[in-house]
Ligand binder design. Structure first.
Ligand code: KIV
Ligand code: ZN
Length: 512
């Protein structure tokens, strides 16, 4: 057994299944490039057969990425598998990940198939996929709640058909660490040809144990691939978080004894990019990437850290991309300093034009805000990536008035297909007035299901980062906006969500 732990990132597939987290092709490509920079071993780029958009996103990623293996999910049928193979044609290293549910509950109620039918379909699909690519992963969906004898039978058969990776999902997050670890161990011990495949873990976080379960699958079960997402993004309570699993294995190398290919200094930039793109905010006390992860608030801890860092720090903030010196740039900083800072943060912009646009935005921000922190730079670079050429609406300017005892009023100018629109409204507060002013013209009728404001760098001088989640006709989208003025940030976030509602992304759900 090797001591290398394969990191399989599924932010762009399982992560994207979170309501409102859907991403455009360009956004996915940008995140894929960041994952490649991180040296993720496998990038699950999407589910090619689910929609034309997903097909094109997988294809774009397959054509662009050279260092990581690019993978597409596919249900266990010839059409899905052919679509995946087609999308992956340009990949230097391609993998097809095919799956079918194997628990009694899923087979009977969801698939309406007998175990024998599932067995045959799994075998045939792996055989079909192996004729198209050399690297085939098979997952028995809801594997952890499946009958172990049936699972042994089906997994032995798909390995015989050539599956190179066997992934055992805890689809509903029901496992506990010791039991899950032993489950993987039992499968590996009982299946005669188990050594012909790499074993993989895929844990959901419904009981908050996805990382612990994955680590048990590795340590007790002998799995050598972990499936995970940036920030633990994913449906319901999410997936196993990449930053946590990676830093656990790295920090406790003494215990796990495993090597990783990950360049951890790019973790924070990846986290910011995913949160800004999807609108899923990272909680401040989130391990590794939360704003407080390396902040020592109590006097005793600060004193200890100043005397010797390892009194209270088990990892170095710099190792995951936080800079030691937090005030970085200001109004007088030039283009070279800005570019250098981007490089230090692990951010590579695609073109000179993008760097110029980001620098212009940096200068605008520096005119309004004296100290520019790393978080500001990451936010502005990410925001650059979330405004698109095809956007219907764009923010221009806003003024608002609020006074104790008076009803707040806002006047906003924004573009609709390039034409400037001016609207005004009153509201319960300045944010409410601004969004009502936009609605006066747009009349989306969407319901707001979430509104959240987050101070990017923690003080009142900070930029506010606003997430707005809208629901309309069964679709849920997130919009994000940042600005030192939180009313402006809110208007930007609202317009960004409206832009997403305009795009007609229809897709088949993989596990529907
Ligand atoms: O959770 C799950 O079962 C999955 C499979 C499709 C691998 O995401
Ligand atoms: Zn999953």
């Amino acid at each position: 057994m090797t001591d290398k732990l394969i990191i399989f990132d599924t932010t762009l597939r399982d992560g994207e299944q979170s309501p409102g987290a859907s991403m455009t092709r360009d956004e996915k490509l940008r995140i894929a490039r960041q994952l490649e920079r991180l040296r993720v071993d496998v990038i699950e780029a999407g589910f090619a057969a689910s929609s034309e958009g997903d097909f094109l996103a997988v294809k774009a990623i397959a054509d662009a990425i050279t260092e990581s293996t690019v993978c597409s999910l596919s249900r266990a049928n010839d059409r899905d598998i052919s679509r995946a193979a087609e999308a992956l044609k340009g990949a230097k290293n391609a993998r097809i990940h095919t799956f079918i549910a194997t628990s009694a509950l899923h087979m009977e109620k969801k698939l309406r198939m007998t175990p024998d039918q599932v067995f045959e379909q799994a075998k045939q699909s792996v055989r079909f996929a192996r004729n198209l690519v050399a690297d085939v992963e098979f997952s028995p969906e809801d594997g952890y709640r499946s009958d172990v004898d049936f699972l042994c039978r089906i997994l032995e058969a798909v390995i015989k058909e050539g599956a190179t990776t066997i992934n055992v999902p805890d689809t509903v997050g029901y496992a506990v660490p010791e039991l899950y670890g032993n489950f993987i161990k039992t499968l590996r011990e009982r299946i005669p040809n188990s050594d012909k495949a790499i074993w993989s873990v895929h844990c959901h976080n419904d009981l908050g144990m996805a990382v612990a379960n994955s680590l048990a699958g590795v340590q007790i079960g002998g799995a050598r691939q972990v499936e995970c997402t940036i920030n633990g993004l994913g449906e319901r309570a999410g997936n196993c978080s990449l930053e946590e699993i990676v830093m656990a294995v790295k920090t406790r190398k003494d215990y796990f004894g495993l090597t990783l290919g990950i360049e951890t200094q790019h973790i924070l930039a990846a986290s910011r990019m995913v949160s800004q793109t999807t609108g899923f905010v990272v909680q401040p006390n989130k391990a590794v990437v939360g704003a407080n992860a390396f902040a020592h608030a109590s006097g005793i801890h600060q004193d200890g850290v100043l005397k010797a860092r390892d009194t209270y720090e088990i990892m170095r903030a710099e190792d995951v991309g936080w800079s030691a010196n937090k005030i970085v740039l200001g109004k007088l900083s030039g283009r070279n300093a800005f570019k250098q800072r981007l490089q230090d943060l692990g951010v590579e912009l695609e073109s000179e034009a993008e760097t110029n646009a980001a620098f212009t935005r940096f200068k605008e921000l520096a005119d309004r805000k004296s100290d520019i922190f790393d978080e500001d730079i990451l936010a502005l670079v990410s925001e650059e990536s979330v405004s698109h050429e095809g956007d219907v609406f764009g923010f221009v300017k806003l003024s608002q008035h609020s006074e104790t005892g008076e009803r707040p009023h806002a006047a906003i100018v924004f573009t609709d297909n390039g034409k400037e629109i001016s609207c005004d409204s009153d509201g319960n507060g300045p944010v409410d007035a601004s969004l009502k002013a936009i609605e006066k013209h747009v009349k989306s009728g969407a319901e707001m299901v979430l509104y959240s404001v987050n101070a990017i760098s923690g003080s009142t001088e900070s930029q506010g980062e606003v997430t707005v989640r809208l629901q309309n006709n069964g679709r849920i989208v997130n919009g994000v906006g940042s600005d030192p003025d939180i009313v402006v940030a809110s208007a930007k976030a609202y317009l960004s969500a409206l832009n997403k509602l305009q795009s007609k992304a229809e897709r088949v759900m993989a596990q529907g």
